[in-house]
Design a protein around this ligand. Structure first.
Ligand SMILES: *Cc1c(COP(=O)(O)O)cnc(C)c1O
Length: 863
């Protein structure tokens, strides 16, 4: 490598334009259309060249041009107004301050994620997980939720995708220069860059500087190990997203989790911002944040590991994002041991206790594996999946951590994902909506059901805007197709045909996502002839726009892309099906609004939620999807179409064939006719009804503000409460007491058993509304009745005596008997007719448990 020393010279703005700096540095521009339009107006051509990047634009404007702009009084006034608007947005009370009155709400929340998709300008994401994290922060900002985000700044982000001549994915990793990104370096009061560091094995150190990205009101801290103090290996830790060996990724996760907590402390110290009471671990990558927090408490408060873990757990939320095993970070135990054992052992943090957190020490687990999702679940007071179905799938997937309980009792709830409305609604569409409808009518969705007489949008205008979006997409797709062919080595002379690719009046179907196998990119190719007939129908053709990156190590994914590209390359269909390379946020922002139909055909139930279809719904595009993820929850028969699944079919090829056939049939018989059925005014009325219904019913639900409010109410606030109960202000006496109590209960549990169950009021046949009274005689050994809850689990049973539907009734201790026996009594009312069954069981009970499943201890009656 040449020894070039580089530095960046920043433009100095004339005084009158100074607010441009603030407006460019705060990423709110990425979802605030007036700010973006102002930047574009400074130099429209340059704005195109810098791909809508305000920092790059300011850097590229020459001083003479700046002087001229500074003399433009109207422009200067507009900039001042935008600056004032931003200042208001940053300081005024919003939902969290104004409307969310819960006295227990947390003072601050720290949100950890390995990737963030905020704008195409900051390519620090690979797909849905990152974009969700970005949308979470933006919506938290809009709501005024006091969150600080934590992540890594990858030197090259995720790769850029192009294609070779024969359709093979080619990856490049352009280096990002943080000085040219909307980031500022955290500095000590003396001006030196602030640092965090971790001890590494062999006496080495991993240090990182911390960049601040300001996402509206929300600070996002990004750790960057590419600094001269580091040795070569440490410098490379944040080189790229999801690349490199297991060892490399483990070092990234150590920096994200442990370094991330240090960065939060650093930020609090430098800015005086409140210390977070809630830590949200978004997927397992950041799980080591809990180890660092335990370390802090052991060191500063002198707590035992167990007491510290209780305090940490009480303030932690864990979100699992995938039912696909390859999506979960897993390491060899030996590798993890290198970082926490031997000479690298951290005082007060014994290796075996770290290993126990992530151990797959359950039925079906691998004893040699350290599992970050398992660790996340064990170190969190509350956990969730990202859609109702995914919650259910996750409870099944992690049932082995709570083997004594029914799968329905596994303590993993769900918060269905959402998307950030202002980011994902096309500006032209938003303008039309806001011109006709009040904020209230948009918030409830009801505005979309109003006729023009009542102030609503009429079909003709809605249809015209939909056409504008489709037409914009066609223009954009033609540009991208042409560029792709040039990159693939074609000469402009042979590319005349690309001017006529796609048609702004043809039914447009979009399919864009990462390319793991379960998303089945090539399902649409199952019957190439049938697909070709759909594409080339002379009267009612369809056109398909496809995009997606495959993880470079996923050879199969890359092969699927090639298969699709080779199909789309064929003369005869190439005007109607295109593959656009380098799927990213910028592409998504024109693709999703411009499609009429968004196709999604994952292998159910492997799609945890999916969010791209939500972005489409915000713009009046209809979903055509397998009933998986969010669509399983919100498809209602009128807001799009469900592709029937062949769930029970074992043979994967047969299942694909069946589901593909169902997809073709839906397109041929329903979707295509409905799109082309026009009235005298040329409007597809039935289609428009579905568009309106989609906007009205899905519009409000798919919002990430709804999602963040769900997190705040159902997870952050309860966790803030449990965290305070175990409390810092009182030397964590609560945490120490809970840890001792748990240890005592675990030790005594073998002595706990149900002795005998008596019920009165039960004959063979009883009536709905009758009351049954139950007394359970239990041996509690060393424990007292206050340490346990005795429960009756009763409900509907099938022929094999399995409870198909049940409720849990707690009994009260009524009598202490000889020999450590106790009687517990209670009654319950029979609520439904039919076969009824019940059993009695004993579980631990303590006011500081999130639920009685927390210790995973249960003793049931033996019948
Ligand atoms: C929304 C989005 C995703 C996630 O989409 P899924 O439906 O979860 O596959 C991925 N990449 C980009 C660029 C997106 O905009």
């Amino acid at each position: 490598m040449r020894a070039i020393r580089r530095f960046t010279v920043r433009t100095v703005l004339p005084e009158a334009l100074k607010p441009l700096d603030t407006l460019a540095q705060n990423l709110r521009w990425s979802w605030h259309t007036p700010t973006r339009e102002m930047f574009a107006s400074l130099d429209p051509q340059l704005w195109e060249e810098v791909h809508g990047d305000p920092v790059a634009l300011l850097g590229a404007l020459d001083p003479r041009r700046l002087e001229k702009l500074a003399a433009d009084r109207a422009l200067v006034a507009q900039i001042r107004e935008l600056d004032a608007d931003l200042a208001r947005y940053l300081s005024e009370p919003r939902w969290y301050q104004r409307d969310y009155a819960d006295a227990d709400k947390p003072a601050a929340v720290a949100y950890f994620s390995a990737e963030y998709g905020i704008t195409a300008v900051l390519p620090q994401y690979s797909g849905g997980l990152g974009i969700l994290a970005g949308d979470h922060l933006k919506s938290a900002s809009d709501l005024g939720v006091p969150i600080v985000g934590v992540g890594l700044l990858y030197g090259a982000g995720y790769f850029k995708q192009s294609l070779t001549r024969d359709g093979w994915q080619h990856e490049t990793y352009p280096l990002l220069d943080p000085d040219n990104l909307p980031l500022t370096l955290l500095r000590e009061p003396d001006g030196t860059p602030a640092r965090v560091s971790l001890d590494m094995p062999g006496g080495r150190t991993l240090s990182a500087q911390v960049w601040l990205a300001q996402v509206g009101r929300v600070p996002l801290l990004l750790l960057d190990s590419n600094i001269l103090d580091n040795d070569e290996q440490a410098r490379r830790v944040t080189d790229r997203l999801y690349g490199g060996s297991a060892d490399h990724r483990l070092r990234q996760e150590l920096l994200l989790g442990m370094g991330g907590v240090k960065a939060v402390r650093l930020y609090s110290r430098l800015t005086g911002s409140p210390r977070p009471e809630v830590y949200h671990c978004n997927e397992g990558h950041a799980g080591f944040l809990s180890v660092e927090r335990v370390r802090e408490l052991v060191e500063a408060e002198g707590l035992t590991f167990e007491a510290a873990l209780e305090a940490v757990k009480a303030g932690t939320v864990f979100t699992t994002h995938t039912p696909v095993p390859a999506g979960i970070s897993r390491y060899s135990t030996d590798l993890v041991a290198q970082y926490f054992g031997g000479g690298a052992e951290i005082p007060g943090i014994p290796l075996e206790k770290v290993l126990a957190l992530g151990a797959e020490d359950f039925d079906g687990g691998d004893p040699g594996v350290y599992n970050m999702a398992v660790m996340g679940l064990r170190a969190a007071k509350r956990a969730n999946g990202v859609a109702k179905l995914h919650g259910r799938v996750s409870r099944g997937m992690f049932h082995q951590l709570w083997p004594g309980f029914d799968v329905r009792e596994v303590p993993i709830t769900s918060v269905t994902n959402g998307v950030h409305g202002p980011t994902w609604t096309d500006p032209a569409f938003a303008e039309m909506a806001e011109r006709h409808l009040t904020p209230e009518q948009l918030a409830t969705g009801e505005g979309w059901l109003l006729g023009p007489d009542a102030g609503g949008v009429d079909d003709a205008e809605l249809w015209a805007v939909r056409r504008t979006l489709r037409s914009n997409l066609v223009t954009e797709a033609r540009r991208r197709v042409r560029k792709s062919w040039i990159d693939r080595g074609a000469s402009p002379a042979e590319l005349g045909w690309t001017d006529d690719v796609l048609d702004p009046d043809v039914l447009t179907i979009g399919f864009a996502r990462r390319v793991p196998t379960y998303k089945r990119l090539t399902l649409m190719l199952s019957d190439p002839e049938r697909l070709s007939r759909l594409l080339t129908d002379p009267e009612r053709p369809i056109q398909i726009i496809v995009a997606g990156k495959s993880h470079p190590d996923d050879e199969l994914g890359v092969t699927l892309i090639q298969k699709l590209v080779q199909f789309a390359d064929q003369v005869g269909v190439r005007e109607r099906i295109v593959f656009l390379p380098n799927y990213d946020i910028a592409m998504a922002q024109s693709l999703m609004p411009g499609c009429d139909v968004w196709l999604n055909n994952p292998l159910r139930p492997l799609e945890a939620s999916g969010t791209s279809g939500m972005k489409c719904a915000l713009n009046g595009a209809l979903n055509l999807s397998i009933l998986d993820g969010w669509w399983d929850e919100w498809f209602d028969g009128r807001n799009g179409w469900a592709i029937p699944t062949a769930d029970g079919v074992e043979d994967p090829a047969e299942r694909d064939r069946l589901e593909a056939a169902a997809l073709y049939t839906l397109l041929e018989d329903t979707v295509v006719p409905r799109f082309y059925e026009r009235d005298a005014d040329g409007i597809p009325r039935h289609w428009m009804e579905m568009v309106r219904h989609t906007l009205a019913t899905l519009g409000p639900k798919v919002q990430a503000t709804r999602m963040v409010q769900d997190y705040v109410r159902n997870l952050y606030t309860p966790v803030a409460v449990s965290s305070r109960r175990l409390d810092g202000a009182h030397q964590y006496v609560g945490a120490a007491a809970l840890a001792d109590w748990k240890a005592g209960v675990r030790a005594a549990w073998p002595g706990v058993r149900v002795d005998h169950v008596e019920a009165s009021g039960v004959a063979d046949v009883v009536n709905v509304g009758d009351t049954v009274s139950v007394t359970v005689y239990a041996h509690l050994g060393e424990l007292s009745p206050a340490d346990v809850q005795v429960q009756v689990v009763g409900g509907r049973v099938d022929e094999e005596d399995n409870l198909t539907e049940f409720r849990v009734f707690a009994l009260e201790p009524t009598e202490a008997l000889e020999g450590g026996r106790h009687a517990f009594t209670g009654s319950y009312t029979l609520e439904f007719a039919g076969p009824f069954g019940y059993t009695a069981r004993i579980v631990p009970s303590h006011p500081d448990l999130a639920s009685f499943t927390e210790l995973s201890l249960v003793t049931s009656a033996e019948h």
